[in-house]
Design a protein around this ligand. Structure first.
Ligand code: NOJ
Length: 553
């Protein structure tokens, strides 16, 4: 296992324990089930798992409402099962990161219960209170349309409490040093049980000033350095991946000028522009987003993704662009959510079209940074729009054509498994795809293998190469005397391009990494290529001796 900056060339796979695999037959996925599926994940080639929250929780927000930071929800198993599982990951060289939900707790957390009961409790000041309803109580809701306010009256406390998210998720007073000390203890606990880091939930809100008099919240960036130092003191190569949907000019604050804050941040800017690019076959705004998020400290890394467990947030696009993405990928009202996004999974958005799925995945694997895959996308799973809010894209993994997709032996799965139609488990399941070399699952496995052999993408610098067509994106990555050139045609028509690749090694040939279709430059020194509709090419510059030239990180 490569130590230190391992996240630079990782492939991260996100899953929720409760919907992955049920071993004890109660209808809810658990750690023992997940452990039995580790060889599947190992075979797929992913190098790091990101687990959604699995601590005890009333589950009103899919576990993002934690009632005990130091335990495993009994539905999923025991702490013992967790340690067995984290050990099993280690044995296979798979890293484990877990969600760290510390902006808020559940209202059922004993800290909040004590705080609301007794104004003199030491926990009172762990939350954010106000005697009067603050004038901005109806602003800043994260779930507009579903969430009514950010300040709710608590009868027992006889005060209003602040909650950036739902009313059952009271915000922790994260500026309080006692709270900070406890949160570090939480991190230390899970590091001791074998995790390599955290996906830190809602980072801009964790570090923001909170209180009834706060009109313009300020971000306290020094807190990020404190978190980073702590995890690295406890475990030298631990990593934090921040969920921070912020503008390109502020994201540098999250990495820190010297790379001393977050190791990784999700690139929401690129994500939204990528969907626009796919909807409109126009890569110009995407190129702008790539350039705007390009200069980053050497140890920092972007997390790139297509879909995740939340809605596809389009809030950063302009009105016209957003309209276009809605029209193409989420035209019906019930496909949309919170006035800003689309709640569908990737495959139905792309009408299950294999060419477009491959294009989307090929883009994901070749964007600057580390790809983060959502469970089930490797087999092209669909969604169930009859389920409320974001649950539509959180249905159980489809393993086989056995009842309930082989996810559980129970007749009451935690969420219904998608059945019937194009995306039902009878047609879309891992067992069936494993037997078919041409299936999406096996294609994904081959792409992951190739992505890992292209460390230039994770480590190197990129340059956008002019293609003369807004529908065609060409990028060149350079790292340690090696280069790859990656081309995508986002249009439904073939495109002819003449590509000047730049300084080439010993040979001018572009070696195709995925097929035998290599390219030699014409007399004008350019590569004349016809890229088929939704086509993608991964080339390596200068011949096949790259393996000899490659030096390890
Ligand atoms: C972001 C998570 O991704 C989302 O699922 C959750 O509802 C909120 N944070 C609140 O924790």
């Amino acid at each position: 296992m490569i130590k230190d900056l391992w996240y630079k060339n990782a492939v991260i796979y996100n899953l929720a324990v409760g919907t992955f695999m049920d071993a004890d037959g109660d209808g809810i996925g658990d750690f023992q089930g997940l452990q039995r599926r580790l060889d599947y994940l190992h075979g797929l080639g992913v190098t790091c798992l990101w687990l959604g929250p699995f601590q005890p929780s009333p589950m009103k927000d899919d576990g993002y409402d934690i009632a005990d930071y130091y335990n495993v929800d009994p539905r999923y198993g025991t702490l013992g099962d967790f340690v067995e599982f984290s050990h099993a990951c280690k044995q296979r060289g798979i890293r484990l990161i877990i969600d760290l939900v510390i902006n808020h707790t559940s209202d059922q957390h004993p800290w909040f219960q004590a705080a609301r009961r007794d104004p003199n409790s030491k926990y009172r000041n762990w939350y954010v209170w106000s005697d009067k309803k603050p004038s901005n109580a109806d602003e800043g809701m994260v779930f507009p349309g579903v969430q009514k306010t950010t300040w709710t009256w608590d009868k027992e406390a006889e005060a209003y409490y602040f909650h950036r998210f739902y009313e059952f998720q009271p915000d922790l007073n994260t500026s309080n040093p006692e709270v900070q000390a406890e949160l570090l203890k939480v991190m230390g606990f899970w590091i001791e049980l074998g995790v390599s880091g955290f996906r830190m939930d809602a980072v801009p809100f964790i570090i923001s000033t909170k209180g009834p008099d706060v009109k313009k919240p300020k971000e306290q960036f020094d807190m990020l350095r404190m978190f980073r130092e702590f995890v690295q003191w406890r475990c030298g190569d631990a990593m934090i991946l921040a969920e921070a949907n912020v503008l390109p000019d502020t994201d540098l604050e999250y990495f820190g000028d010297d790379g001393d804050r977050m190791h990784m941040v999700f690139n929401f800017q690129v994500n939204q522009n990528l969907f626009y690019a796919m909807a409109a076959a126009d890569t110009r705004p995407l190129v702008k987003a790539l350039k705007a998020t390009k200069p980053r400290p050497a140890t920092a890394q972007w997390g790139q993704f297509l879909r995740n467990h939340d809605e596809l947030d389009l809030g950063r696009l302009d009105d016209e662009q957003r309209k276009r993405v809605f029209e193409v990928f989420g035209p019906d009202k019930d496909m949309q959510l919170y006035d800003r996004g689309i709640r569908r999974r990737l495959a139905p958005m792309l009408h299950g079209d294999r060419r477009r799925l491959e294009l989307a995945y090929s883009l994901l694997f070749t964007l600057p940074g580390t790809p983060v895959i959502r469970y089930g996308d490797e087999i092209g799973m669909g969604d169930d729009l009859s389920l409320p809010e974001r649950n539509c894209a959180r249905t159980p993994m489809q393993w086989s054509d056995e009842p309930h997709g082989g996810f559980t032996k129970s007749d009451k799965p935690i969420l219904p498994v998608i059945s019937g139609g194009v995306f039902g488990y009878e047609r879309i399941n891992a067992a069936r795809q494993r037997r078919d070399p041409a299936a999406l699952l096996n294609w994904t496995e081959r792409m992951i293998r190739m992505r890992k052999e292209c460390p230039e993408i994770g480590w190197g610098d990129f340059e956008i190469l002019p293609t003369g067509s807004p529908a065609v994106l060409a990028m060149r990555y350079d790292w340690k005397n090696n280069s790859v050139v990656i081309i995508h045609n986002l249009d439904d028509k073939p495109k002819e391009i003449a590509l000047a690749v730049g300084g080439v090694g010993e040979s001018d040939r572009l070696v195709n990494l995925l097929t035998e279709d290599h390219s030699d430059p014409g007399d004008d020194g350019k590569h004349h290529l016809v890229i088929e509709a939704y086509g993608y090419r991964w080339y390596r510059e200068g011949g096949l001796d790259y393996l000899l030239r490659r030096t390890e990180s």
